[in-house]
Design a protein around this ligand. Structure first.
Ligand code: 5GP
Length: 186
């Protein structure tokens, strides 16, 4: 059986990655979303096992030790990791897997799976990104200011990605992503 594809989406917070992932999963057969584990607090509306597996720091570190993560990283002072088993099981069954992870994690994945397709999502502009972060009302002003500073660092990873997409129009970006996902030779 043909193995599934590993698709990694990264980009600064607020570029619409979560929405893009939902839309892509909804419209694609044989593509599943990899639910990450995190030590950060659950935001309102988020569901355990659907958005994230919310773990304590002790639980997370135990999983690092027992090598249960495909990759893990410290992002914005919290730990995030991709559970390895579901990814490997899906790929072996011919089902493609979509990861929404940061750049450090994406590079770890690429090292282990050179055939993984790394896609960087950019906002139309930094000013628009700041507005999006304010409007989605998930983070404090201080957290937004901190994240805007971190974005400059994150941009340095762009050359390591296979594709870069500017998410100006959601429907158009989903269309482009679908074409890439269906067309990528992995
Ligand atoms: P948020 O806390 O806003 O959901 O996510 C913050 C950042 O962590 C995002 O850039 C997201 O892509 C990244 N992230 C989410 N899950 C993982 C993961 O499993 N591994 C890594 N390395 N980053 C992750």
């Amino acid at each position: 059986m043909k193995k599934g594809k590993l698709i990694v989406l990264s980009g600064p917070s607020g570029t619409g990655k979560t929405t893009l992932c939902h839309e892509l999963i909804k419209r694609s057969l044989r593509l599943v979303f990899s639910v990450s584990a995190t030590t950060r607090n659950k935001r309102s509306g988020e569901q355990e096992g659907k958005d994230y597996f919310f773990l304590t720091l002790v639980e997370f570190k135990r999983k690092i030790k027992s090598r249960e993560f495909l990759e893990w990283a410290r992002v914005y002072n919290q730990f995030y990791g991709t559970p390895k088993k579901p990814v490997l099981d899906n790929l072996a069954r011919g089902i493609s897997v979509l990861l929404d992870i940061d750049m450090q994690g994406a590079l770890q994945v690429k090292k282990e799976f050179p055939q993984a397709l790394l896609i960087f999502i950019l906002p139309p502009s930094l000013a628009e990104l700041r507005q999006r972060l304010i409007h989605r009302n998930k983070d404090s002003r201080a957290a937004i200011t901190r994240r805007m500073k971190e974005i400059e660092q994150e941009m340095r990873y762009i050359p390591r990605y296979d594709r870069v997409i500017i998410n100006k129009d959601l429907a158009l970006t989903v269309k482009i992503l679908r074409e890439i996902v269906v067309g990528c030779k992995t």
